[in-house]
Design a protein around this ligand. Structure first.
Ligand code: DX5
Ligand code: ZN
Length: 220
């Protein structure tokens, strides 16, 4: 069974309370929080996401799935740890070497939080292999990180398959999350390839009925 993480990145201003309430009622499995710093990616959503996530924490029991698209991972871990997210995911590309990767994994673990590593479309999946035994989730970006509403990159399907095969072969327990351009057309493709957590922003937030779209994304 796949799980759905709703990205609240494109949630309309002024409609936060209603949107969150409705998403919870529609049984999203996670709230996906896209934290951008204006450096690792162009946009800066840092404060808004910190506020949105704090609000969600106050009104909902659903887990937070935090995706850092930032250069300063250390500060981000410290800032978001107070919200007790279920998982914090950072980008491999934001680390200078494997030692730094291991340092952040340890920092997140010390916050009693699950650890995810994300890779951008141009990063080879083999780059994460040696880290897999230490993390809970690998987030494959299926668009260039930076904004919602982009088109799914079909070349990423092979990457998901490769990762899935490797995880099975090594008998590891690592979730494969996919993020970017997930909709009713691409969901079955990524599931078939081996993804088990699907992030969707636009597809859910633009739908007329959150419950129906979430059920369809799961069952398609
Ligand atoms: C992109 C973000 C995504 C994205 C998802 O940088 O990480 O979470 O906004 O949005 P959609 O589903 O609209 O591609
Ligand atoms: Zn994301």
């Amino acid at each position: 069974m796949v799980e759905i993480a709703t990205s609240i990145l494109t949630m309309k201003k002024g409609e936060e309370a209603n949107t969150i309430l409705n998403l919870e009622a529609a049984k999203t499995d996670y709230f996906h929080i896209d934290v951008m710093d204006g450096k690792f990616v162009q946009k800066d959503t840092y404060q808004r996401m910190l506020e949105n996530a704090s609000y969600i924490k106050r009104v909902s029991n659903l887990p937070l799935d935090v995706h850092f698209m930032v250069e300063d991972i250390k500060t981000a871990i410290q800032d978001f740890a107070d919200l007790e997210p279920n998982i914090m995911t950072f980008h491999l590309e934001a680390c200078k070497d494997k030692e730094e990767v291991k340092k952040y994994i340890k920092m997140i673990q010390e916050k009693h939080c699950k650890v995810g590593i994300s890779i951008k479309p141009d990063t080879q999946v083999e780059e994460v292999y040696e880290i897999l035994p230490y993390i809970h989730q690998c987030l494959i970006m299926t668009v260039e990180p930076g904004k919602g509403g982009q088109t799914f990159l079909t070349q990423m399907v092979e990457k998901i398959k490769k990762l899935k095969e490797y995880i099975q072969e090594k008998e590891l327990e690592v979730d494969i999350e996919v993020d970017g351009g997930i909709n009713l057309k691409t969901a079955p493709v990524v599931k078939e390839a081996g993804a088990n957590i699907l992030v969707a922003g636009t597809a859910i937030l633009m739908a007329s009925n959150y419950k129906t779209i979430i059920e369809e994304l799961k069952s398609k």
